[in-house]
Write a protein that binds this ligand. Structure first.
Ligand SMILES: Nc1ncnc2c1ncn2[C@@H]1O[C@H](COP(=O)(O)OP(=O)(O)OP(=O)(O)O)[C@@H](O)[C@H]1O
Length: 311
């Protein structure tokens, strides 16, 4: 089947002369949840804005559900729901009117039953007659999603959906995204958070300095990313890892004052309990400990190094 979004040879150089995207090729499959990961300024918003017709590409083509965003803009745009990061609509308007109005913008006839379904799914039904200005930040976010879904899009773009939201809303969002996929909607989300991609995505694309450096099934990528380090600050320095603990991935650091254990957060057992018991048996005591997980930035560096090594 044809991908729901086909991006080929897409580049964007802003009028400032800055090239935000270089030669992007990407196919998004129907019904998948695709997470686009990347650090600040990597080009995520530029890419989404081009697909949604907000930014004009310098070169390349984008097809949305078979419609070219340049020559068949309206049809392409109608297939897309975009959830921006901020609400910019009339603060005095009510929830239900705002959402219904969004649908009207796409030239569709009113469908109160559909609007009700969305508002209920987003726990907004009780607030349907509230004015936007009276809503909490979390509720406003829900309104943004409701607006984006008002015209029954085939593809939903979520730009940083859970940046700065509380745990409850985050989980509601994740649930909603899964429900949407069940209904056949393709979801593309951008995020800085590995956890979010891990929780939701079927596939993950990593963008860095305007280039897609990797697209992979989540499971495969997570195996690479799921490493974490536990550092123990020892009471007395050691010179080597005790032989009894050689089964653990341990390294001596900090001139012998630290012991660093690397483990897989996704493994059934992290081995930490056994390690601590083993340390006690070996008479090694510690007065402090901390854990560290690679940041996205570190992972990028790792990935890029790996790519270079393979080249
Ligand atoms: N209108 C513009 N003119 C010039 N440069 C721009 C413009 N918009 C964005 N850029 C630059 O393009 C690069 C990519 O920006 P973009 O917003 O796409 O990144 P992003 O990955 O979405 O980042 P963030 O996570 O911070 O939103 C950045 O360096 C940004 O400064």
């Amino acid at each position: 089947m044809m991908p729901i979004i086909s991006i080929s040879k897409l580049s964007k150089t802003y009028t400032s002369g800055f090239t935000a995207l270089r030669d992007i090729d990407l196919a998004i499959e129907r019904g998948e949840i695709f997470a686009l990961l990347g650090p600040n300024g990597a080009g995520k918003s530029t890419l989404i804005n081009i697909v949604c017709g907000i930014v004009t590409p310098s070169s390349g083509t984008v097809l949305v559900d078979g419609h070219d965003i340049a020559s068949a803009y309206r049809a392409a745009r109608r297939a897309i729901g975009l959830v921006p990061q901020e609400l910019t609509t009339d603060a005095f308007e009510t929830v239900v009117n705002t959402v219904s109005f969004s649908r009207g913008l796409f030239g569709l006839t009113p469908n109160p039953a559909h609007i009700e379904r969305i508002l209920r799914a987003l726990s907004l039904w009780d607030k349907r007659n509230s004015r936007l200005m009276t809503l909490s930040g979390g509720m406003k976010r829900r309104v943004l999603i409701a607006k984006a879904l008002s015209h029954e899009p085939r593809v939903l773009f979520l730009d940083e959906p859970t940046a700065g939201v509380d745990v409850e809303l985050r989980q509601d969002m994740w649930r909603l995204v899964r429900d949407l996929r069940q209904q056949g909607v393709t979801v593309i989300l951008t995020t800085h958070y590995i956890e979010e991609a891990e929780e939701m995505a079927d596939r993950i694309g990593v963008i860095r300095r305007g280039e897609i450096i990797l697209v992979e099934e989540k499971a495969a990528l997570m195996r690479k990313l799921g490493r974490k380090q536990l550092t123990l600050h020892l009471q007395k320095p050691i010179t080597a890892v005790p032989p009894d603990l050689s089964d653990y991935e341990l390294a001596v650091a900090g001139d012998g004052s630290e012991l660093v254990y690397t483990y897989d957060t996704r493994a059934e057992r992290t081995g930490i309990t056994g390690l601590l018991t083993g340390l006690a048996a070996a008479g090694i005591r510690f007065n402090d400990l901390h854990t560290e997980q690679s940041s996205l930035e570190d992972i990028f560096v790792g990935l890029v190094r790996e790519e270079r090594a393979q080249a």
